[in-house]
Write a protein that binds this ligand. Structure first.
Ligand SMILES: [Zn+2]
Length: 262
C-alpha cells in the first residue's frame, strides 16, 4: 500500500453507478482508504465496504449538519456504539462543529446542540478506545474549547482550513491535520503545510467532493490522493516517496486498528 486516503466517502450515492470500477482503480494504484460515516446509515455503509475490501477501513459518526432528532438520539447512539466496536472501524466521526455563515455561537440553540452531540461522540470514542475524525468549519475557537475541556482522545482534523496560529493550537493538543485536493489550487494552506511537523500530516480526498487539479470540477476519487501527496512534497521540498511513507505511517499510527489488520 503506497498511500492512504484518510478521509473518503465511497459509500455516497455519487458512486452508485460505478463504485466497483472506482474501487478497482483505487486498488490498482495501491491506495488504502478510510471511508467516513456522516450519520447512522452512511456509517453502516462504510462498515459494509470494509467487509468486501481488504484495504478499506471505516469511521462511524454523526456530522454536525446531520444531527438526529432528540427522540431518535438514544437509538442512534446505541447502534453507533455497536458499529464502533467492530475491528475494521478505526475511529469516531466525522463529528465536530460547523457554521456556514458568520461565527460559531456556543450559546445559540444550534451551537449547543452541535456541542452536545459532539461531546457524546467524544465519550463514545473514549469508551471504545478509538480516535476522532473531526469536521470543523468556521468554528475552530469553539472546537478548541470543547477539546481542551474534555480531555478528548487523539484526533485528526480533517480538511484543515485554519491559519498557522490556529494550526499551532491544535498541534499542541496532539492533533493531526489532514489536507485535501484544495491545496493543489489554493495557496492559503501553504504556510501550515510547510511549517507543521511532518509526523502530524495526513492526506485525504474527501471524495466525491473537491477534486484536485488537474481534475477540478469532476467527481473526486481516492486514486486522486496522489495529487495531494505530490503537492505536499513540492511545498516541503521533499520527495513524493518520503511524503507517501510519512503520511501512511502517520495514518496507521493514529488509526491503530488499521495497523493491526495488516
Ligand atoms: Zn467528509
Amino acid at each position: 500500500m503506497r498511500l492512504i486516503d484518510s478521509h473518503a466517502h465511497l459509500q455516497f450515492p455519487q458512486f452508485d453507478k460505478d463504485r466497483e470500477a472506482v474501487i478497482a482503480r483505487t486498488r490498482a494504484a495501491g491506495i488504502g482508504v478510510i471511508n467516513v460515516g456522516t450519520d447512522l446509515e452512511t456509517s453502516r455503509q462504510a462498515v459494509t465496504l470494509t467487509e468486501k475490501n481488504e484495504k478499506m477501513w471505516a469511521t462511524v459518526g454523526i456530522h454536525p449538519t446531520d444531527l438526529p432528532a432528540p427522540e431518535a438520539e438514544e437509538k442512534i447512539f446505541s447502534e453507533l456504539e455497536k458499529l464502533a466496536r467492530q475491528s475494521r472501524v478505526v475511529g469516531i466521526g466525522e463529528c465536530g462543529l460547523e457554521i456556514r455563515n458568520g461565527k460559531f455561537d456556543v450559546r445559540s440553540e444550534s451551537g449547543k446542540r452541535q456541542i452536545q452531540i459532539f461531546e457524546r461522540q467524544i465519550e463514545l470514542a473514549k469508551a471504545v478506545g478509538k480516535p476522532l475524525m473531526i469536521h470543523c468549519r468556521n468554528a475552530y475557537d469553539g472546537l478548541l474549547s470543547v477539546l481542551s475541556n474534555f480531555q478528548s482522545p487523539t484526533s485528526n482534523l480533517h480538511f484543515f482550513a485554519g491559519d498557522w496560529p490556529t494550526a499551532r493550537k491544535f498541534l499542541d493538543l496532539g492533533c493531526t491535520l489532514s489536507f485535501t485536493g484544495v491545496i493543489t489550487f489554493a495557496n492559503q494552506y501553504d504556510e501550515v503545510i510547510k511549517k507543521m511537523p511532518l509526523d502530524r500530516l495526513l492526506i485525504e480526498t474527501d471524495c466525491p467532493f473537491v477534486a484536485p487539479a488537474p481534475y477540478r470540477g469532476q467527481r473526486n476519487e481516492p486514486s486522486y490522493v496522489i495529487e495531494v501527496a505530490r503537492r505536499v512534497a513540492e511545498l516541503r521540498g521533499s520527495s513524493f516517496e518520503a511524503i507517501a511513507a510519512a503520511t501512511s505511517a502517520n495514518t496507521r499510527r493514529l488509526f491503530a486498528p488499521l495497523e493491526t489488520s495488516f
